[in-house]
Design a protein around this ligand. Structure first.
Ligand SMILES: Nc1ncnc2c1ncn2[C@@H]1O[C@H](COP(=O)(O)OP(=O)(O)OP(=O)(O)O)[C@@H](O)[C@H]1O
Ligand SMILES: [Mg+2]
Length: 496
């Protein structure tokens, strides 16, 4: 019997009914669909700028910051809110935020939700779902890949919102050209794509043996401000080439003339797999700028064939489900009912049981609990309450980084003791650390900030110092990248 009721309580059907305020409004959706670099975000922002009060929701901190700067430059007062930083502009009419920091209790005249296909992301999709279901705005602009169209129609059927659709085409052509076989064929404006941090560094080192200081580099683990710096150095032609992972596929604007795929398969956390055609298209689409053509190629014939097929492929897998995640109250209710018999209940066990019993409509999936369970397991012994665990385990931290998990345990211990949480004291001189350690320390700073947002700055007392330290760390990383000091890394490329 408990099991049946358990099922009932883990009922995640009709999530549109969770958002009463939004349901009581007349909302009009404007969907801007098209390939990379076709002007979708640009157009949506033009609408946003005209609204008396508006919000822009970005998939990445850097994009939120870019719109924040863009709006303020155009004379529209705009604040910035992300998991890491808050910049409140007095009397601001607009907000640029990361989608996870969107305030759904606020009313807006106009909202822009960028990169809407992320609604299907295994670990972040629910932030887009919540935005689409819960935004209290009369006019909502969604930008992204047309693959998400049918799913959105299905959602609007339920929410009873009206919608219109705008289709975009690339403003310049994208041409496939024959593979390159030697670094002598590289030209300024080239962007070389590989799928691991290690490979990117190997390529940078290989090229810089002959052409010192010629490469900017971008990958996911670099602090956003370093990525921005690298993009600026490349865009201003201070550095001729850009070496990047697929982190380049979404985000800042780059002045890339040609994309060169060094590989067309990547490790996706579970296994090595070939890129999907839409992934190749998204990265390749980065070549070319407003009104200037782009080129794409590879270094092997087999990758060339793969890209050729991908570029003309039009049977893309449709996105048919949106991510969903329970509120804490739903988890709590489920826990109270099913585990009231005094059995000890861990947070990861609660998530696992909930996901086993959860009932969802077929247009939704339960967002991955993997990362939250990893964090939960590593801090389980500390004995935080379920609510504290919920706050702690849902911050975006890099679970693959064992240093981050170790420090997470220390922070959790301080929270348990209701003590002020101080940042770890790094006596080591940053100059003596290797690049990877610097990146790890930056991750720790990010975790500290994310926790301070959840548990309050009264407890996380070092926020101001950590922000300053964070900047020092990213400046040090930047220096290392720009001074080509990574000579110890293996020069793998020549063997490949
Ligand atoms: N009408 C326009 N006038 C001037 N510049 C434009 C115009 N439309 C787009 N651009 C510029 O073209 C570039 C690409 O536009 P945008 O970022 O809007 O593309 P997108 O379709 O959103 O691409 P992505 O899929 O990568 O997000 C940007 O630098 C943008 O400022
Ligand atoms: Mg865009």
């Amino acid at each position: 019997m408990a099991k049946n009721l358990g099922k009932k309580i883990a009922d995640l059907r009709m999530p549109h009914e969770w958002w009463e305020q939004a349901r009581s409004m007349t909302r009009n959706f404007h969907m801007h669909f098209g390939p990379t670099n076709s002007g979708k975000t640009y157009s949506a922002l033009e609408y946003l700028k005209k609204a008396p009060k508006g919000v822009y929701c970005a998939p990445l901190r850097l994009l939120a910051a870019e719109v924040y700067e863009n709006l303020n430059k155009s004379g529209i007062k705009c604040s910035l809110i992300t998991g890491q930083e808050i910049k409140i502009v007095p009397d601001a009419s607009h907000v640029a935020c990361t989608i996870e920091s969107l305030k759904l209790t606020e009313k807006y005249d106009c909202a822009v939700v960028d990169e809407v296909q992320m609604i299907a992301d295994e670990s972040r999709g629910s932030a887009w779902t919540n935005a689409i279901l819960g935004l209290q705005a009369k006019e909502i602009h969604l930008t992204g890949e047309p693959r998400s169209k049918n799913l959105l129609f299905n959602i609007f059927d339920r929410t009873k919102d009206s919608y219109s659709e705008y289709l975009y085409k690339r403003m310049s052509s994208l041409r496939l050209c024959p593979p390159i076989v030697s670094t002598n064929e590289l030209k300024p404006g080239d962007c070389l794509i590989a799928f691991s941090r290690r490979k990117c560094h190997a390529i940078k080192n290989f090229i810089e043996k002959k052409q010192p200081g010629s490469c900017a580099i971008i990958y996911g683990n670099l602090p956003p401000e370093v990525r921005k710096n690298q993009a600026e150095r490349f865009n201003s032609q201070q550095q001729k080439y850009l070496i990047a992972t697929d982190a380049v596929g979404m985000g800042l604007n780059y002045k890339i003339d040609r994309i060169i795929f060094m590989e067309t398969s990547k490790h996706d956390g579970k296994k090595k797999r070939r890129l999907f055609p839409y992934e190749i298209k998204q990265i390749a689409g980065r070549a070319g700028r407003y009104m200037s053509n782009g080129y794409v190629t590879s270094t092997t014939m087999s990758d060339f064939k793969e890209i050729n097929i991908a570029l003309s492929y039009n049977q893309e897998i449709k996105i048919d489900r949106a991510g969903l995640t329970p509120f804490y109250e739903q988890l709590e209710e489920f826990a109270e009912f099913n585990f009231s018999s005094g059995k000890s209940l861990t947070y990861s066990n609660l998530l696992t049981q909930f996901s086993k019993f959860a009932k969802l409509e077929n247009i939704y999936f339960l967002q991955s609990i993997y990362e939250a369970c990893c964090i939960a397991n590593s801090i389980q012994s500390i004995g935080l309450s379920l609510q504290q665990m919920h706050l702690f385990c849902n911050i975006p931290i890099r679970i693959k980084n064992s240093a981050v998990l170790k420090v997470a345990q220390i922070f959790a211990g301080e929270i348990k003791k209701e003590k002020e949480v101080k940042f770890i004291n790094y006596d080591d001189n940053l100059k003596d650390m290797n690049l990877e350690n610097l990146e790890n320390i930056y991750n720790l700073c990010e975790m500290y900030h994310a926790l301070s947002r959840k548990f309050g700055r009264e407890m996380f007392v070092d926020c101001t110092d950590v922000r300053a330290f964070c900047l020092l760390v990213s400046m040090e990383i930047q220096d290392r990248l720009n001074k080509e000091e990574n000579a110890m890394l293996e020069f793998q490329l020549s063997q490949n």
